[in-house]
Design a binder for this molecule. Sequence first.
Ligand code: NAD
Length: 476
Amino acid sequence: MTTPHYIDGRWVEGQGNDSISVYDPSLGAPFAELRSASSAQVDEAVQAARRALPAWKSRPAAERAALLRGFAEQLGARREELIALQVRNNGKPRHEAEIDLDDAVATFDYYAELAEQLPQKNRDVPLAAPGFTARTRLEAVGVVGLIVPWNFPLVTSAWKLAPALAAGCTVVLKPSEITPLIEQAYGQIAQQLGLPAGVLNIVNGKAETGAALSGHNGLDKLSFTGSNAVGSQVMRSAAAQCRPVTLELGGKSAIVVFDDCDPDQAVEWIVAGITWNAGQMCSATSRLLVQDGIADTLLPRLQAALEKLRVGNPLVEEVEMGPLTSQAQWLKVAGYFATAREEGLKCLAGGKALDAEGWFVSPTLYVDVPETSRLWSEEIFGPVLCARRFTTEEQAIAQANDSRFGLVATVCSADLERAERVADALEVGHVWINSVQAVFVETSWGGTKGSGIGRELGPWGLSGYLSVKHVTRCVG
Ligand code: NAD
């Protein structure tokens, strides 16, 4: 790992100020070290992307599509290695790491298909006025900075890289300093496929490297996924240059369970929504709203399910939930356990860090949590579920919408008409009905309110990297 930065088609050593240790969170022990990229190296990466832009954006879309298919194939070919790295660095159970890999592969294949369709979108525009013709032309936005977090690194980067490259943009990607290894694969694949130098650059580092990228005046756009605190700084640097941003930020999402549900089935959906990736999901459904008539049946079953969840090193086959990915995250979640004790919250399960060498916490359930509790309103980013009861559908909708975030929600009800009605009333970007959080590349991802700006995935994800031009001609 002495050359972790991929700049202008070459792997180079870091010259930045930060030394980065990469950890196995199941052991709390480092297994790799690297030096961050300096601001000058970020500048080199942006300049390389600028130089590569004219040729890449004018390359036939079918050729860009073929290269994207190559990414999908090569990810598939490195399946075992990439799964193992995610298990080790993220602490994900193997079946979760497998889904991440499949998701990344599907994303590259999907945007290859959309790239192939791009030329047909450049069409004549019928005009009511005589004497003129007009045509639409979709063009790459330009050089794009991509900054991503650590919770689903392979996937989050794929959701940005694939549509950006499909659109004809050139990119500088900054992975998270917590998981800087997995995205090296994208640079290695780019090199292997003969992607022209400068089309895809990767710079690693912490906040200093991220800020050097987000504030660089050579970017045409920035796409950021991460916390609201950093998202707001990134937006400020974009504002200084009046530059477009896409922001995928935090969440405090609701799962609404109506009386008519099968309680065991509902428990499955609730547990998945808060313990997948050890609850380190922007989309974690961390606020449970349960209707009065089912609450006394459901909550004890939920408690039992959380208590029997097997937590441990994901290398052990039967483990269902791994550790938190970083010590900082573990300390943050432990801080919320302390706040819950100070606030006198009623804890039905967990509420503590595990006495183990890695960064483990127990799946946790607090009930009858007041709306004024910090745990009800703040994003915790761990397996910590807060529950409240409701009586009417209107109350459920009002409580679910009473959040500064608006990322996702889940509705559980046997009355499908009601479930659809509630889904329509929820102020979020994605709703699941009677389901785990299945994410399909054809649908969109992104939030309302404090959860961000813009959408990823689907055709909307591609639009984020395209600029619309019209050419109008006077024909006399
Ligand atoms: P973070 O905001 O701390 O870091 C995200 C990225 O920003 C990292 O690469 C980091 O190095 C970089 N960064 C840090 N300071 C910076 C600065 N001053 N300027 C530019 N870049 C900087 O977030 P995190 O802890 O890595 O991830 C967790 C957060 O991400 C949670 O809030 C979660 O909800 C959110 N998230 C959102 C989505 C979504 O799709 N909405 C998906 C995953 C994660």
